[in-house]
Design a binder for this molecule. Structure first.
Ligand code: ATP
Length: 353
């Protein structure tokens, strides 16, 4: 138990609303637990700052962040700023600069909530998607030539390195080993992408032999998308490259109820820099300022953050509070079929704590 310094970066759109909600829930938790202290410092980085200064965050931002135990992030994205600017100059700059190479995305069907799966709600959904977060299809390698001419070319090069593949695959195998079913689905697309993806496969063939107690299977990403819908209970832990896991985890979030519910962590497993926790949804400008954003994804992300900091009891207490709110059902946000606004859902979580 201890004192933690958290850098809060609400960012854009509803990020500001849900991070305020998450901080409120964390403060309530700290009030209940005399041996847990959380100090927030909030940074006004994001698209508003970009429109004023031309930068999404200051030049020394990474150095500043290194002084914190963890980062609590809202979202980056604003209709007035090109998406590649808002993403690469803030969120991805932090993930890459602080070597947060493992992106974790737990998905659960919470009490009281229904899944939109047509075949009816499965008895359980308990998935853990591990996303490679530093290279692959989002490596940033590539370029534009002959700009604005009719023969213009744009290239994004997918980069898989032996070291990058091995470290994320080991991370995922360790997580699979720590979960009751000890099962890992390895996602690939080496039938169509015959260089980087084949290396991705070859590394897994070697690394997985160190984990004989973990049951593994290998699935092409297109088939995997179908399996999330047709056979959800066959899935436990999943590892996939940056783009593949990005798409699969939004699908997983929607199947578990709503995008507004899903949490994620960008993890630096070596712990030589802080990790960053955020809801997976974006800035959702269509509902910004309405007071209707679902704060549960941000609050669940705060629970992942506590878990990463070693505060497992506090993490469970926060997650239990979320489950009590969904199970009880009278204070559900609109995207989960209820009527409650951000403030009321947050208050319900605080009361449950
Ligand atoms: P970005 O460009 O930043 O990714 P976006 O608006 O394109 O943002 P999301 O924010 O991920 O995409 O969400 C898509 C839609 O889902 C939103 O327009 C919104 O209607 C809904 N949504 C997302 N998050 C929430 C939430 N927390 N509460 C309620 N609805 C949400």
């Amino acid at each position: 138990m201890g004192t933690y310094r958290i850098a809060a970066i609400p960012g854009d759109g509803i990020g500001k609303e849900v991070i305020a909600a998450g901080c409120r829930a964390l403060e309530q938790l700290a009030n209940q637990k005399s041996d847990l202290k959380i100090e927030f410092e909030t940074f006004p980085w994001g698209s508003d700052m970009y429109l004023e200064t031309g930068e999404m965050m200051p030049a020394d931002a990474l150095e500043t962040l290194r002084g914190f135990d963890a980062i609590y992030f809202g979202s980056a994205g604003d209709p007035r700023v090109p998406d590649h600017v808002s993403l690469w100059k803030l969120r991805l700059a932090i993930c890459q600069g602080l070597d947060q190479y493992a992106n974790i995305r737990p998905t659960k069907l919470l009490p009281g909530l229904a899944s939109p799966l047509k075949t009816g709600t499965p008895a359980t959904i308990d998935w853990f998607i591990v996303r490679e977060n530093s290279e692959g299809e989002y490596s940033g390698a590539g370029g534009r030539v002959h700009q604005a001419l009719s023969n213009e070319v744009g290239l994004d090069v997918s980069v898989i390195t032996r070291e990058g593949a091995e470290r994320i695959q080991r991370f995922a195998l360790e997580i699979a080993r720590s979960r009751p079913r000890k099962k890992l689905t390895f996602v690939t697309k080496s039938n169509a992408q015959r260089h980087a993806m084949v290396l991705w496969d070859e590394v897994f063939e070697v690394v997985s032999t160190d984990y004989p107690d973990v049951q593994t299977d290998r699935v092409l990403v297109d088939a995997m998308a179908a399996r999330f819908v047709t056979d959800p209970e066959s899935i436990d832990t999943v590892v996939a490259t940056n783009l593949h896991a990005d798409v699969l985890s939004d699908l997983a979030a929607a199947l578990s109820g709503s995008l507004g519910l899903a949490p994620t962590g960008n993890i630096n497993p070596e712990r030589n820099a802080p990790s960053m926790f955020e809801p997976i949804h974006g800035s959702a400008f269509d509902i910004m300022g309405h007071g209707s954003a679902n704060p549960l994804g941000a609050i669940w992300s705060a629970s992942l953050m506590l878990d990463h900091l070693g505060e497992t009891d506090a993490a469970s207490a926060l997650f239990d509070a979320i489950e009590r709110v969904t199970g009880e059902g009278s204070q559900l946000p609109r995207d989960l079929g209820g009527q409650a606004g951000t403030d009321e859902v947050t208050q319900a979580v605080c009361d449950a704590i």
